[in-house]
Ligand binder design. Structure first.
Ligand code: NAP
Length: 221
C-alpha cells in the first residue's frame, strides 16, 4: 500500500488548454456536466488541495450539493464535505472570504516558518510544507487516503514536477480563451510522464471528460 494518498488533479480547461481568461480570475468554464463530475470527484475524496491564489480569486471552494452524494458519504461514516487543505507560502488570507463560512473543515499546509496559530485565521489545523512527498505522507497519516487537487496551475505544476499526481481528470470545455493562463504555467519544468486513458465521455453541452492514470515506470515512480 502506498504511503501517500491517491492524488487526482481535477480541472475544467478550454479547448486551448487555458483554465482562466487572459485577464485572470475565475473563468466559470464548466457547465452542468462538469459540475456533476466535479461533485462526484469531491464525494470520492477525503480531502482537497487548493492553491492559495485560486482561493483568493474565487473566495470559496466547491461543495458537494447533490443529496445522494451527501447521503452516500454520511452512510459510510464520512464528513459531508472533504477537508479543504489550502496550500500557501505566505499564509495571508482575507478573513472575510466566504470560504471561512463554508460548512467544511479547513486545514492550512504552509511552506516556510509557520505563524504562531492558524486557528484565528479560520483553519483548524496547520501543517508545515517542507517536501511534498513527506507532506502527502503526513496527510495520509491523518486519514486522507484520497485527495483531489483543485488547482490552480502553479500548485498542479509543483506536484506534477515531483511525479506525485496519480490521475488527471480534465473536463474539456467548448471555448477558446487565449492568453497565458494555461493549466500548467508556460515555464513549468515537468519530467516526462506517460498517461493511460482510463475514461472518456461526453458530458453534454459540448463538454468532454478525459481521465488519465499515470503510467508507473519502474525507474520513476
Ligand atoms: N478551470 C479550473 O478548473 C480552475 C481550477 C483552479 C484554478 N483555476 C484558475 O487558476 C488561477 C489560479 O491559479 P494560479 O496558478 O495562479 O495559482 P494557484 O496554484 O491556485 O496558487 C498559487 C499559490 O499557491 C501557493 N503555492 C503554490 N504552489 C506552492 C508550493 N509548491 N509551495 C507552497 N505554496 C504554493 C502560493 O501561495 P501564497 O501566494 O499564499 O504564498 C502560490 O502563490 C485562477 O485564475 C483560477 O480561476 C481554474
Amino acid at each position: 500500500m502506498s504511503p501517500r494518498p491517491w492524488l487526482r488533479l481535477v480541472l475544467a480547461v478550454s479547448l486551448d488548454g487555458r483554465l482562466a481568461p487572459p485577464s485572470g480570475g475565475a473563468a466559470q468554464l464548466g457547465g452542468r456536466g462538469d459540475r456533476q463530475v466535479l461533485e462526484e470527484a469531491l464525494a470520492w475524496a477525503d480531502g482537497c488541495l487548493i492553491g492559495a491564489s485560486t482561493l483568493r480569486q474565487h473566495g470559496s471552494t466547491c461543495l458537494i450539493h447533490r443529496p445522494e452524494l451527501l447521503e452516500g458519504r454520511l452512510h459510510n461514516g464520512r464528513s459531508p464535505q472533504p477537508i479543504a487543505v489550502v496550500v500557501s507560502r505566505c499564509g495571508q488570507f482575507d478573513p472575510f472570504l466566504p470560504f471561512f463560512d463554508q460548512p467544511l473543515e479547513r486545514w492550512l499546509l504552509q511552506a516556510g516558518p509557520p505563524p504562531a496559530s492558524a486557528a484565528h485565521d479560520g483553519f483548524s489545523r496547520l501543517l508545515r510544507l517542507e517536501a511534498w512527498r513527506e507532506s502527502l505522507e503526513a496527510l495520509k497519516q491523518l486519514g486522507i487516503e484520497r485527495l483531489v487537487l483543485l488547482g490552480g496551475a502553479q500548485l498542479a505544476a509543483a506536484l506534477l514536477a515531483e511525479q506525485l499526481v496519480d490521475e488527471l481528470q480534465l473536463t474539456v470545455c467548448p471555448v477558446l480563451l487565449g492568453g497565458t493562463h494555461g493549466w500548467l504555467p508556460w515555464a513549468a519544468v515537468i519530467p516526462p510522464q506517460d498517461w493511460d486513458l482510463l475514461e472518456h465521455r461526453p458530458l453534454g453541452e459540448g463538454e468532454l471528460l478525459l481521465r488519465y492514470g499515470r503510467v508507473r515506470h519502474q525507474d520513476r515512480q
